[in-house]
Ligand binder design. Structure first.
Ligand SMILES: Nc1ncnc2c1ncn2[C@@H]1O[C@H](COP(=O)(O)OP(=O)(O)OP(=O)(O)O)[C@@H](O)[C@H]1O
Length: 255
């Protein structure tokens, strides 16, 4: 496909460099991500995947390079401002309010978006009903509506990761960055979360760091492979499976 026929990328990172002292964690990393797609970032431990997430989400902006999100350069924009622009991120460690119920966690996430849009809590009972309804729809979508009244900290590990995705959805993001969403999950939770992630691309885009290769290769539209802070391959999963450089650098070590 020629450049002109490609859709405008939801995310474009160009020549990203990140240094910790003398150490180069990322050396000219680039990535172009299509909207409404699942794009996986894989590579061995220490390849720089989390550093790349930190660079694009503003947790630790790059030393050099450019990050463009939804047509706007955000390289130096603070992380919270990127959230306002529609970029959501989940972390390796779950990031929920454990003593609040599942429903309250989701409702807070939806409410935070409304507040950004200028909603005034005490003047808007009708909008409040909207919020409750939206929170209910999200809970159904992520498969935890039956546990709405449970303290979030009592959910299984898989349930907590789903809740985190639900909270991200409360912000109606254009892009969700998921850092190892399947880590530590049992087989049933893996299957449910895989289906949940697949369903996300109907209305958002997903950038995914994940070590579970069979899931990555079955749900992703594109896969970028990183080794030692650089991209070594980027292709469709079927081509990545056969890529000899990838096998040598990464998949071979797992075979
Ligand atoms: N704050 C930091 N200070 C110094 N070095 C760091 C820092 N953060 C990361 N690194 C180093 O940068 C390199 C890339 O780390 P990063 O966590 O980005 O890799 P990764 O691909 O996400 O690894 P993993 O799969 O194990 O999570 C590693 O060598 C790591 O030790």
């Amino acid at each position: 496909m020629s450049e002109q026929l490609l859709p405008r990328p939801i995310l474009q990172a160009e020549n990203i460099c990140v240094q910790f002292g003398e150490f180069h964690a990322l050396s000219g990393m680039s990535l172009r991500m299509n909207p409404n797609s699942i794009h996986a970032l894989i590579g061995p431990n220490g390849a720089g995947k989390t550093s790349f997430f930190n660079a694009i989400s503003g947790i630790r902006p790059p030393n050099s390079g450019t990050v463009t999100f939804d047509g706007r350069i955000v390289t130096k924009m603070p992380a919270h401002e990127r959230v306002h622009q529609g970029m959501a991120r989940s972390f390796q460690v779950t990031n929920i309010f454990p003593t609040l119920t599942v429903a309250e966690n989701i409702r807070l996430a939806v409410q935070a978006r409304h507040r950004r849009e200028g909603w005034v809590f005490w003047r808007s009972p009708a909008v409040r009903r909207d919020i409750l309804e939206e929170a209910q729809l999200i809970m159904e979508r992520i498969g935890i509506a039956s546990r709405a009244g449970m303290p979030a900290g009592e959910l299984s590990h898989g349930g907590q990761r789903s809740l985190e995705i639900g909270m991200a959805l409360g912000g109606r993001p254009k892009l969700i960055c998921l850092d190892e969403p399947l880590a530590g999950m049992g087989i049933d939770d893996v299957q449910a979360t895989k289906e949940l992630i697949l369903g996300l691309k109907a209305d958002t885009s997903v950038l995914l760091i994940e070590h579970n290769m069979s899931v990555v290769l079955s749900i992703s539209d594109r896969v970028t492979v990183m080794v030692q802070g650089k991209k070594v391959a980027e292709d469709a999963p079927t081509a990545i499976r056969k890529n000899e450089a990838v096998m040598a650098a990464y998949l071979g070590s797992q075979a």
